[in-house]
Write a protein that binds this ligand. Structure first.
Ligand SMILES: Nc1ncnc2c1ncn2[C@@H]1O[C@H](COP(=O)(O)OP(=O)(O)OP(=O)(O)O)[C@@H](O)[C@H]1O
Ligand SMILES: [Mg+2]
Length: 338
């Protein structure tokens, strides 16, 4: 349903995409996982006709996006990195407007707007201007707008970045429902956990190129499952503490700059933690804190590339929920919808 081959996009001094290939089968979800500046938005924009790549081709539902951009657009719904909603209009008006732009007709547009507002838990706020919406509400409205015309293919650029835990969980539920109803989805994210929960396949990218791909389980088996993290009460016991942790770890033990915190990937989690606690107890090694943590994108990177994620200069971090959309892409996305 989505295919891209050899996508390259260069900006002055920066190669945003360095030959990216991807394929998303009908009815499945692919997560494009990468840190700030990895090229996620550039890839999404190339696939959704918002930019012309320097090299490479892409197809949506079999339609060549370069040869027939309008045809490709008619087959996809896009929710960009920054919610592209009209601030002055209410949620209801925004959705009706999108319906009209897709020539759904007035009554059909109105019915579809109500239906989507209900589904995304926005019915109570339907008639308020969207400038009064929270970040999570805007993201849900933006996703609803992408669904108005019931496109077979959906592309979501960082659907939960900047959302709080509750809004994120709500968004995950919405996305899982979509997948359950048979949509084909490409989503980008900086969160391994999100990719893990939502995607059938994960493509990890950095500096515009693939660094790994596979199912969440395949990636985890390469990067370890959970991690044990320890903060020592007495830094002079570092060597003893490290040795004991190494006994239960899958691969190398990492020592933080403070010289008192250690971490390592383990195969299961609780069993190793119990063994380690027993060993520390026996040796009289005191800890301030000890616990299990799920691996993050940073851990995956460290394992796969030997270095941590690093933003390129000039890249800003994830935007907050109420960030003002300064990105010119927002404009294009609103235009594309019209
Ligand atoms: N219009 C542009 N002009 C110049 N450089 C650009 C432009 N758009 C993107 N870039 C650069 O290309 C690289 C990839 O950017 P892109 O926005 O695709 O990353 P991303 O993975 O979406 O990051 P984020 O997680 O921050 O959204 C970055 O180094 C970025 O600075
Ligand atoms: Mg982006």
């Amino acid at each position: 349903m989505i295919r891209a081959e050899g996508l390259v996009k260069r900006y002055r001094g920066v190669t945003a995409l360095a030959g990216l290939d991807l394929e998303v089968e009908a009815g499945t979800v692919m997560a494009l996982l990468g840190p700030n500046g990895a090229g996620k938005t550039t890839a999404v924009r190339a696939i959704t006709t918002l930019l012309v790549p320097d090299e490479g081709r892409a197809w949506v539902s079999g339609v060549d996006v370069l040869a027939d951009p309008m045809g490709a657009r008619a087959r996809l719904g896009l929710s960009g990195q920054y919610a592209a909603v009209d601030e002055q209009l209410s949620g209801y008006e925004n959705l009706v407007m999108v319906g009209r732009l897709y020539h759904l007709g007035r009554r059909r547009s109105q019915a579809r707007a109500r239906e989507l507002l209900d589904r995304f838990d926005l019915a109570d706020a339907a008639d308020r201007p969207t400038k009064t919406y929270s970040g999570g509400m805007r993201r849900r409205l933006d996703l609803a707008a992408a669904l108005v015309a019931e496109p077979p293919v959906l592309v979501l650029d960082e659907p939960t970045t900047g959302l709080d835990v509750r809004s994120r969980a709500q968004m995950w539920e919405v996305i899982r429902d979509l997948v359950g109803s048979g949509s084909t989805l490409l989503l980008t994210t900086q969160y391994l956990e999100e990719a893990d929960r939502l995607a059938d396949e994960i493509l990890v990218i950095d500096q515009g190129r693939e660094i790994a791909r596979g199912t969440a389980d395949e990636l985890k088996s390469r990067t370890g499952g959970e991690r044990i993290e320890v903060v020592l009460a007495e830094p002079h016991r570092l060597e003893d503490a490290r040795r004991e942790l190494a006994r239960v770890a899958l691969d190398q033990v990492e020592v933080g700059e403070s010289g008192r915190d250690l971490s390592a990937a383990v195969a299961t989690g609780a069993a190793e933690l119990r063994d380690l606690l027993a060993a520390y107890d026996e040796k009289g090694i005191k800890v301030l804190d000890i616990g299990l943590r799920r691996p993050t994108l940073d851990d995956v990177f460290l394992t796969l590339t030997g270095h941590r994620t690093e933003s390129r200069p000039g890249d800003s971090g994830p935007s907050g929920p109420d960030a003002v959309p300064l990105d010119p892409a927002v404009h294009d996305e609103m235009e594309a919808r019209r």
